[in-house]
Design a protein around this ligand. Sequence first.
Ligand code: FES
Length: 113
Amino acid sequence: MRTPYLVNLGKVGDIPLGQGICYIVKGTEIAVFRSREKKLFAVENKCPHRQGPLSEGVIGSGKVICPLHGHKFDLTTGQGTEKGECVRTFEIWEERGEIVLNIPGDLLNIKEE
Ligand code: FES
């Protein structure tokens, strides 16, 4: 069974509705978005095309548009609209007004037994 590693990223209100912020967690850049419907999403910040900062992209219809060349990625699955492109996604939720991120052990260099 996988052990959850939970990180508190601070107040959910720190992220304006419809926008994203880049958090650095254990050296990994993670883009966290808060949709206009107040849903949270977390994906790796670096676009697989040419490393564009996805946290600065526009979101809508469950997707983020990379600010550099416009490739789109599904915020839930990470699947890109361009062939072979995908970003890693992370489990994230709100708890008592705070953002909680569940990060996989490999980001922490912890080996699962
Ligand atoms: S760097 Fe993201 S689309 Fe090119």
